[in-house]
Write a protein that binds this ligand. Structure first.
Ligand code: SAM
Length: 295
């Protein structure tokens, strides 16, 4: 097992978000931000070494890590997947990214990874947690006007996302789009039909579009994984870890690019990273391309 330093795993990008701790500005937060229930975005932020979280989030995250001690390393690997997948798409000509389940800004955000390859790339960020918008608006000023937007919307209502004015401001659905569902679909329960949601979004994309998707899995150890997922029971969204085949099925209507659905996803043109050799990974990632002739 390779040892990874705590905190954000930047592959050369050590830029830190210099925003105050959320606790410090709690009295100035919009009333709709609920600080009494653990929120997935803030739990994730804490597990990545961020400071945009409250005591309830930290307590929940600590309980989850007690069940799955190596989960934070998987989350760092997921961030590495995100950056690699975005650069992969940008290298192949994609200039617009629809990133649903954005999370609180951290090192190596989607627009930063895309702009490394294509400074003219545009990103529509979408998340259902208002805290992400609060931080996103600060992020937007950094990225320059007209290139990224933030929308508060829910993945379970894909039509709302596809018709949101802020999404349509930067995404032209007549041109190939990278649809990003990175570490979000495990917050959609089976009865909410995650595969159908992905298919509805896929059908709105033209040929040549890509699906960048990662998902938590308990394949490494089902009993341990279930205990960890239980930690989310009282949070803003439950966690449904899934098996390899179930996650693979989300790519229906897309051709997987090499190296397929992997715990450690590394396409050509990306250098190795210390995270590439970690063991006990609690999830998979892959990129698919929508071929011609699929509507
Ligand atoms: C684990 S974070 C992933 C952040 C980022 N995509 C990444 O992989 O680093 C999951 C994000 O999805 C958001 N989320 C969860 N359920 C959602 C839903 N139904 N609709 C929109 N966003 C959702 C959470 O608020 C959180 O910001």
């Amino acid at each position: 097992m390779t040892s990874i330093p705590a905190g954000n795993a930047g592959d050369g990008d050590e830029k830190a978000w210099r925003l105050p701790r959320l606790d410090e500005v709690e009295s100035r937060l919009p009333a709709r931000i609920d600080t009494s229930i653990p929120h997935t975005a803030r739990i994730y932020d804490y597990l990545l070494g961020g400071k945009n979280n409250f005591a309830v989030d930290r307590a929940t995250a600590d309980a989850i890590v007690a069940a799955i001690p190596d989960l934070p390393v998987t989350l760092q690997l997921n961030r590495l997947f995100l950056r690699r997948a975005v650069r992969y798409a940008a290298r192949r000509g994609i200039r617009q990214f629809l990133d649903i389940g954005t999370g609180i800004p951290t090192a190596g955000n989607t627009h930063e990874a895309a702009h490394e390859i294509a400074p003219d790339a545009r990103v529509a960020y979408v998340d259902n947690d208002p805290i992400v918008l609060v931080h996103g608006r600060a992020l937007m000023t950094d990225a320059g006007p007209g290139r990224i937007t933030f929308t508060q919307a829910d993945l379970r209502a894909p039509e709302d996302i596809l018709s949101a004015p802020e999404v349509l401001e930067v995404i032209d659905f007549g041109e190939p789009v990278a649809l990003m569902l990175v570490a979000i679909l495990h917050f959609i329960r089976d009865d909410e039909k995650p595969h159908e949601i992905v298919a509805r979004l896929r059908d709105a994309l033209p040929a040549g579009s890509m699906l960048l998707l990662s998902h938590a899995s308990f394949d490494a150890n089902p009993n341990q994984g279930r205990k960890g997922a239980d930690g989310w029971k009282n949070a803003s969204a439950e966690m449904t870890m899934r098996r390899y085949d179930d996650i693979l099925a989300m790519f229906a209507g897309f051709d997987l690019v090499e190296p397929g659905l992997r715990t450690h996803w590394n396409p050509d043109a990306e250098p190795d990273h210390p995270l590439d050799t970690v063991e006990n990974v609690w999830g998979y990632g892959a990129v698919g391309i929508k071929p011609r002739g699929v509507s």
